[in-house]
Design a protein. Structure first.
Length: 307
């Protein structure tokens, strides 16, 4: 399955979940406490502790109980890998004292804030998808490299200090722009299925390779620049781009090789593919199709053809 096919499947899943959430009224949550018995059933991986002086279990996986509160977990400070996906957790405060936590999956819960995770200095992988977060509610995670905020309630998007972040997803939210993400090493940014009208704070990401903006309401492509020197894949499917003048702005991206523009008004002419290839001669794939040598030659000839 190629990048475009994966995007199609993921976008359909996001749209299905968002529609279901809009149709279903919010139900009251019954309190279910995490218990020692649940922990015993899900704990594993005996390893040296962070101090190296003793051994302890470091992995915990508990799905679908549905747990709402985690107070009991404070007795297990040596955990490094926690997976609480598909519960009903409303508070992650009990996780704050777990100093050496490396990976945390709290997707499909009922969280409205993850602020207690602020500044966890070893956390590298965080999955908060399918919660109720109105904003990221964290400003600094110094070691985090992978973050998933898909299908929350995000209306704003600011991450102040994420120096090691490489991969960021926030699909299926209610964002109006691409936010203010201070992550200089960021390589992959997925923001499909929002309400994004404009690109903000993209040009300060020189390492960005993949930018996925399918299913938004983008009209113009201001906000990209030659500073995005590593941007290879750009998905703009299903936006509101109307003119070739906007496509010309992408010529400043020296590494752009794959571009998706289907379901935009600009694709409505018979000469659409040749018009785009003429303006972006380094493209290797446009929409689902490889740019052929014949297309490239025909587009070049059309540019050189005298009026």
């Amino acid at each position: 399955m190629d990048e475009e096919q994966q995007d199609q499947v993921q976008q359909e899943e996001v749209e299905e979940v968002v529609q279901k959430e809009e149709e279903e009224p919010e139900k009251p949550i019954e309190v279910v406490q995490l218990t020692p018995e649940m922990i015993v059933g899900g704990i594993s991986m005996l390893s040296r502790t962070g101090t190296g002086l003793e051994h302890a279990y470091t992995r915990l996986e508990i799905h679908g109980k549905p747990i709402t509160h985690l107070e009991c977990i404070e007795k297990y400070p040596h955990l490094r890998f926690i997976d609480f996906a598909d519960n009903s957790i409303v508070d992650v405060s009990p996780l704050a004292p777990i100093e050496f936590l490396l990976a945390l999956n709290i997707s499909s819960n009922q969280l409205k804030t993850i602020a207690p995770l602020e500044k966890k200095k070893y956390l590298q992988h965080l999955n908060c998808a399918k919660n109720l977060l109105p904003s990221p509610t964290i400003s600094q995670l110094p070691a985090l490299s992978w973050l998933n905020l898909n299908e929350n309630k995000l209306t704003e998007f600011a991450l102040d200090d994420f120096p090691e972040l490489l991969h960021l997803e926030a699909r299926g939210n209610k964002l109006k722009d691409t936010g203010n993400v201070q992550a200089p090493k960021l390589q992959r940014l997925y923001l499909a299925g929002n309400q994004i009208e404009k690109l903000t704070n993209i040009e300060n990401k020189p390492n960005l390779q993949v930018l996925h903006l399918r299913g938004n309401v983008i009209v113009n492509l201001d906000g990209l620049s030659e500073k995005n020197q590593n941007l290879t894949y750009l998905n703009l499917r299903g936006n509101k781009i109307e003119s070739m003048q906007e496509i010309e702005k992408l010529a400043k991206l020296p590494s752009l090789r794959m571009l998706v523009l289907s379901e935009n008004p600009v694709t409505g002419t018979e000469s659409y593919r040749l018009d785009v290839i003429a303006r972006l001669p380094k493209l290797e794939r446009l929409d689902k199709d490889v740019v052929t040598p014949e297309e490239r030659e025909e587009a070049l000839a059309a540019v050189k053809k005298p009026e």
